[in-house]
Design a protein around this ligand. Structure first.
Ligand SMILES: [Zn+2]
Length: 233
């Protein structure tokens, strides 16, 4: 049975080769989601190397210490790389998010970024939104990161209500997400170093709301952040 499945898959790929999600060229053996050329040219932020990089700057608030901050690449709407997150989020392509999580984690792993991190927590979607989309893109990124690092994924954070952040000003976004997140079993987070994971950081208000909820529920938890995209403000 497995032989037949493999045969059908290979025959299908020979007729319809997988294409790079960025440039559209056919992928060759060993390439997945994006070709080596596009992976090499990805507009990386390297912000994890700064103690106060672009991720830290977006979420800087008194009383909300953030340990490490990492964003894979600069997200520019008109840039072809933006398609990776757009397809991963809206076009039912969860495997794109998972693969990018894996690629980024492999690169960060080489620089000991994950040393001391106990748990990955994806930014949750309200259950109605998750049901409609069929998956949570941040959870898929966590799967990729977990696959590369072996760090487990926690489900301690939930979204109490539905909130959309598109087409809102920075202050509207902040007000919109205040009190959205709820921490389940906070005792599991006390004293732990948590890596909060989201697909993209824009104003930072959603991540601030999630980090604030964790900080209030488990004050001894340390919090770090990882996203794939980071917009320019
Ligand atoms: Zn390409």
């Amino acid at each position: 049975m497995r032989f037949i499945t493999t045969f059908i898959k290979e025959a299908f790929e020979a007729i319809f080769p997988s294409r790079c999600e960025v440039c559209g060229e056919s992928l060759v053996d060993g390439e997945e989601i994006l070709c080596l050329h596009c992976l090499h040219s990805l507009p990386r932020t390297y912000c994890h190397r700064d103690s106060f990089g672009i991720v830290h700057q977006r979420v800087a608030l008194p009383g909300l210490p953030i340990d490490k901050g990492a964003a894979f690449f600069h997200y520019i709407k008109e840039n072809p790389y933006a398609k990776l997150l757009q397809k991963g989020k809206y076009n039912s392509r969860p495997e794109i998010c998972e693969h990018l999580g894996l690629l980024y984690a492999n690169e960060l792993n080489a620089e000991q970024f994950f040393d001391g991190i106990d748990m990955l927590i994806p930014l949750p979607l309200h259950w109605t939104k998750r049901l409609r989309r069929g998956y949570n893109q941040s959870e898929m990124i966590c799967r990729g990161v977990s696959g590369a690092t072996g760090i487990s994924i926690g489900d301690n954070l939930t979204a109490k209500r539905h909130s959309t952040q598109t087409r809102k000003t920075a202050s509207e976004r902040q007000a919109n997400v205040r009190g959205v997140f709820q921490v389940n079993h906070p005792e599991e987070l006390e004293g732990k170093h948590i890596l909060l994971v989201d697909d993209i950081i824009t104003t930072g208000s959603t991540i601030i709301a999630a980090a604030t909820a964790i900080r209030s529920a488990a004050p001894t938890a340390r919090i770090s952040l990882l996203t794939l995209g980071c917009t320019k403000l």
